[in-house]
Design a protein around this ligand. Structure first.
Ligand code: PEP
Ligand code: MG
Length: 597
């Protein structure tokens, strides 16, 4: 049923994936799922014909993707690997091989068999609690839709033909679609499905066009030619706004533009308080391609390189050389600043693309991160060799995730030593003074932080997991998301204890969880004397502005009061009151801080 947009229900809320505000005409693009998939049984003598139809559709799909790749605009050339990923999906045995098997075994037509093999893949992805990996199902679905359209002989409408200024409205846009967008015509885009870490979202950021995804019913309610306001900061879309709303959004757009350019100007200044305390601000990255954004936003290095991506993008465990090239390239690009490489945080339900997920009842408490690496030592050693080899070409630090006690740290370090020894024997250069750190993200590690500090060159506090394990709330379970509370006195005391242990031992302590991106947490962390914060690159300019307007001495006094508070709510109120004073131009003009995060 088509829902008519009315004055009352003309606002949609989705996921803000690429910032900016645009006002323009809607252009509906049909990227809806192939609604009718014919399902029929076939005779034995029709099997070959169905297999051939499938192979043909796979071939055509491949040609289309190769053609798109050859025409990808320069501005997003570095993202062309996404189309390679799609080409790999076309070739993947879980699609082609599995579908052919289903045709042979179940004697059903190619479309039906394809649908069945995707259902199996979807079930595997559904069990994963790691958002980034779970979102990769969208890539599989995008490719399968294209194969299905080719199977039924439907023409692919190209986005490169759009020749007037519009905002694209689609059920879903694949990264392949996005790569065709002509940014001089397309002002922004919105879709019914898709998530924050989808490749389409990454492409939108690279193209610098506002985008809101996951609006659920947008295509059912918006008509071609409707006037739209797309707010890529807040994740909101307004359909057929009145003149007053248009004027207020035009003002907002101008305000943001000016504000962002003013904080970007500051972003390359030192991250220093008014009384001269330096707190380094670095970027969290997941792939090489993010290094440029990190630098543009004034990152003083990479504080957390999550290395899982290559193990997911590839078909299984990548080779040592591939890892080495990747780490070396990142280190060289970030020089003279350091890159902290976190060893593989995978396992439990975080699967390699070609491995079955394990059947652990509590994957978050299962064989994950350092536990997995200490068990699968060949995989671990190969990554350590790659990191060490790359360390000869840049400023690399290494850290181990999910350390629960000192024995694990000692075991991980002794494997590292063995690998160093092997490299010595092979005359392969590496940085002998490479710093080795422990992530503190399990409460037991907090309790023995003083012991860990004797064996670590630095600590990095991972508050995403530390909060999860301290408050016993599954970070991916939306039913308890409201309890995910960085202001909880237990969390603040835990962090304080780690900082004290690090200071007593004379080692550096950084913090790389989402908390580092929450401006309201900064006075607390600064008061404690944390040496470095690492966060999503786009949050850096605002964070630097905040640090540059705070006094370390004042935050120390505030911290004394905060440590006496009893509930999260009391801490929140206190911190909001003091932070507002530091950020007058964010809170002025009636804008909320969260708009700019
Ligand atoms: C954390 O746990 O805070 C962290 C930075 O690591 P991840 O989010 O990758 O688990
Ligand atoms: Mg973690």
């Amino acid at each position: 049923m088509i829902e008519q947009v009315t004055a009352e229900n003309n606002r949609f809320t989705g996921i803000a994936v690429s910032p900016g505000i645009v006002i323009g005409k809607a252009r509906l693009v049909d990227r809806s799922k192939q609604k009718i998939i014919y399902q029929y049984l076939i005779n034995e003598n029709e099997i070959n014909r169905e297999v051939e139809r499938l192979k043909n559709a796979l071939e055509v799909t491949k040609e289309q993707l190769l053609d798109l790749k050859s025409r990808i605009p320069d501005s997003i050339k570095e993202h062309s690997f996404i189309l390679d990923t799609h080409l790999m999906i076309v070739d993947d045995n879980m699609i082609s091989g599995a579908t052919i098997n289903i045709i042979l075994e179940e004697r059903i037509n190619a479309e039906w068999a394809l649908k069945k093999s995707v259902q199996k893949i979807r079930q595997l992805f559904d069990q994963v609690d790691f958002e980034y990996i779970r979102d990769r199902i969208h890539d599989v679905e995008n490719v399968v839709e294209r194969i299905l359209r080719n199977l039924v002989g439907k023409k692919q409408e190209s986005l490169s033909n759009i020749n007037e200024k519009v905002i694209i409205v689609a059920h879903d846009l694949s990264p392949a679609d996005t790569s065709e967008i002509n940014t001089s015509m397309v002002m922004g885009f919105i879709t019914d499905v898709g998530g924050k870490t989808s490749h389409t979202a990454i492409m939108a950021q690279a193209l610098k066009i506002p985008a809101v995804l996951g609006l659920e019913k947008a295509t059912g309610s918006i008509e071609d030619g409707n006037l739209l306001i797309v707010d890529g900061y807040k994740g909101e879309v307004i359909v057929n706004p009145d003149n007053d709303l248009i004027t207020s959004y035009q003002e907002k757009a101008l305000y943001y533009k000016n504000y962002i350019s003013s904080i970007l100007q500051l972003s390359h200044l030192p991250s220093e308080t008014t009384d001269g305390y330096r707190m380094a601000v670095k970027a969290n990255i997941e792939f090489l391609e993010e290094v440029e954004t990190a630098k543009d936003n004034g990152a003083e290095g990479v504080g957390l390189y999550r290395t899982e991506f290559l193990y997911i993008r590839n078909k299984g465990v990548p080779g040592e050389d591939e890892l080495y090239q990747n780490y070396r390239e990142i280190a060289e690009k970030v020089m003279p600043f350091p890159v902290t490489i976190r060893t593989l945080d995978i396992g439990g339900d975080k699967i390699f693309s070609n491995k079955k997920p394990s059947n652990e009842a509590n994957p978050a408490l299962g064989l994950r991160a350092i536990r997995f690496c200490l068990k699968e030592q060949e995989i671990f050693k190969s990554q350590l060799r790659a990191i060490l080899r790359a360390s000869a070409y840049g400023n690399i630090r290494i850290m181990f995730p999910m350390i629960s006690g000192v024995q694990e740290l000692i075991d991980a370090k002794s494997i590292l030593l063995k690998v160093m020894y092997e490299l010595e024997k092979e005359n392969i250069p590496y940085d002998r003074k490479m710093k080795v750190g422990a992530m503190i993200e399990i409460p037991s590690a907090v309790m023995v932080a003083d012991i860990l500090a004797e064996s670590a060159d630095f600590f990095s506090i991972g508050t995403n997991d530390l909060i999860q394990y301290t408050l016993a709330i599954d970070r991916s379970n939306e039913n308890v998301a409201y309890m995910y509370e960085p202001y909880h006195p237990a969390v603040i005391r835990m962090i304080m204890q780690v900082v004290k242990a690090a200071k007593n031992a004379g080692i550096e302590v950084s913090l790389c969880g989402e908390m580092a991106g929450d401006p309201f947490c900064i006075p607390i962390l600064l008061g404690m004397g944390i040496n470095e914060l690492s966060l999503t690159a786009t949050g850096i300019p605002q964070l630097k502005k905040l640090i540059r307007s705070l006094s370390k001495e004042e935050t120390e006094k505030d911290l004394e009061n905060i440590l006496k508070l009893k509930t999260s709510e009391e801490v929140r109120r206190y911190i909001q009151k003091i932070t507002k004073g530091y950020l007058p131009d964010i809170n002025g003009n009636g804008f909320k801080l969260k708009y700019l995060q």
